[in-house]
Design a protein around this ligand. Sequence first.
Ligand SMILES: C[S@@+](CC[C@H](N)C(=O)[O-])C[C@H]1O[C@@H](n2cnc3c(N)ncnc32)[C@H](O)[C@@H]1O
Ligand code: SF4
Length: 351
Amino acid sequence: MLLYIHIPFCDSKCHYCSFNSYVDKFHLKQQYMQAVLKQLKSDIVLYNVAKESVETIFIGGGTPSTVEASLYEPILSYIKPYLSKNPEITTEANPNSASKQWIKGMFLLGINRISFGVQSFNDTKLKFLNRAHNSKDAISAVQNAKDIGIDNISLDLIYATNMDTKEMLQYDLKQAFELPINHISAYALSIEEGTVFQKTPDVANHKMDLTQLLFQEINNHGFKQYEISNFGAYQSRHNLGYWQYKNYIGIGSGAVGCIDGVRYYPDKDIQLYINNPVHVERETLSLNQQKDEKILLGLRSVVGVKTNLFTSHEMNRVSILIQENKVFQKNNKIYNKNYLLSDELALFITT
Ligand SMILES: C[S@@+](CC[C@H](N)C(=O)[O-])C[C@H]1O[C@@H](n2cnc3c(N)ncnc32)[C@H](O)[C@@H]1O
Ligand code: SF4
């Protein structure tokens, strides 16, 4: 079992981001965290979560570092008996708000992995993305986390913007690899509805040669690509869990959970969520939908796809891809050789 907790507060809104987060609702922080605890307690009973069965927690956002560590204490104390041995407990954090004090507080509560939203070490690119931090802030936040004792540190980077050059991406990676990190998530800029960039969609510019160079250089540093956007000397167990289609509880406004093929969505509006944190919309995924998702997630990552998921017609299509050296079979699973082609391959197999 995996647990996701969503923190829907941000200091400012980045020009590309459509995640559920608010810049003007900080006065609701305490009530929100109490509501999170209520939903958590309810979901533990509802989904019959056994003691020592939660393998990973991921606190994401929004910006978890906008909420003081003390407000996480009741939540992380409550979940403790449900954690398995050696759980992976990650929080996202933004370099401008992850102070030493905050990181220390979270570390003392059991956080053992931090994913920093760095995006770039180029200050002009950071301004263009409307980030609230500069490259110096990012460097000291990572160093502070390491000094405090967080051994698993990840950086988010954004590429495929029209500002990107080979030199800029190489500089970002050079700077990243000078820091004590063991994971990078590199996301191609996507244009999302309701964002500032939606008005200027040309700011996204995916140049395949730059992407390949970026992937190659990250791999060369020993951070193996284990999903289309994720690379690590350490592979996040929480991420892998999603792609392995494990059950996950989703807590907080804007979170998503999925238990035994039923996906559920708590209220996105913070006030509605606080009023009734156990109210959710549910969506039952058909067996076909689940199969399509398993194929896509498996082809996008090292997880692969079990051959017994495919019909005989689909296995014929898979055989063609094996001959073309695009995928390979090992034991009873099919693995993709180039994650950038995963959508196309999934379509080819299933039509
Ligand atoms: C949900 S955000 C939360 C992280 C944290 N609030 C931060 O920004 O530092 C996780 C990551 O998703 C990525 N992201 C969000 N929207 C994106 C978009 N439209 N295109 C590419 N990457 C995006 C960013 O790299 C971001 O760090
Ligand atoms: S990228 Fe992170 S900081 Fe920026 S608006 Fe989205 S969640 Fe907030």
